[in-house]
Design a protein around this ligand. Structure first.
Ligand code: 5GP
Length: 176
């Protein structure tokens, strides 16, 4: 499939994603049932995953959204700024951070540090995808959907210059 100037091919099917999301949802249910966890979806890429994951959770829960922007231009600082904040009290809450993909780990490293300062009861990190070969920041992901090679992917919420978020499968950049 072509998106803008690039060609992509299927990597993970909608069925495989569905199975994995159900399994993670079941594990989270075991861990957090009766604890009213707060799912925190990182916008924009994680909104599709978060929507499926919280419906795979069998128990009461809440959801919040946060939009982060990372300034990758300034390599040394690697600062991350919260653009759209959480309008929720985090003190004493069980937080389940839902991310689409962990690449260098910069985004989640800084965001979890920020969250820790709000004194939550616990923090669990869930990422649909991770690229272990690209990781540069120390973060521990509690649940990973799929580990993938260090290649650019789109679909299931992830975009290439705005397009591709609505694709049900995950596609990877094709070597042409
Ligand atoms: P990190 O802070 O871990 O380096 O980057 C995480 C963010 O980079 C993800 O939330 C996502 O927005 C973006 N990203 C990293 N790798 C990919 C990729 O292969 N495809 C897309 N669409 N976005 C990616």
């Amino acid at each position: 499939m072509q998106i803008h100037d690039l060609h992509f091919k299927q990597m993970i099917s909608a069925e495989q994603i569905h199975e994995r999301v159900q399994a993670i949802g079941a594990a989270l249910t075991t861990q957090y049932k009766d604890k009213n966890p707060l799912f925190i979806s990182i916008l924009s890429g994680a909104f599709v995953f978060a929507s499926d994951l919280m419906r795979a959770f069998d128990g009461h829960c809440e959801v919040g959204f946060v939009k982060l922007s990372s300034y990758k231009g300034t390599r040394s600082s690697g600062d991350v700024q919260t653009v759209m904040g959480l309008e929720k009290e985090l003190n004493g809450r069980h937080l389940i951070i839902v991310e689409d993909i962990v690449d260098t780990g910069r985004t989640l490293h800084f965001f979890t540090n920020y969250l820790r300062e709000q004194s939550p009861e616990s923090i669990c990190i869930v990422s649909l995808l991770s690229k272990p070969d690209a990781l540069q920041f120390p973060i521990e992901i509690d649940y990973t959907g799929f580990e993938i090679p260090d290649k650019f992917v789109v679909g299931y919420g992830l975009d290439y210059n705005g397009l591709g978020r609505n694709l049900p499968d995950l596609l990877v950049l094709a070597d042409v």
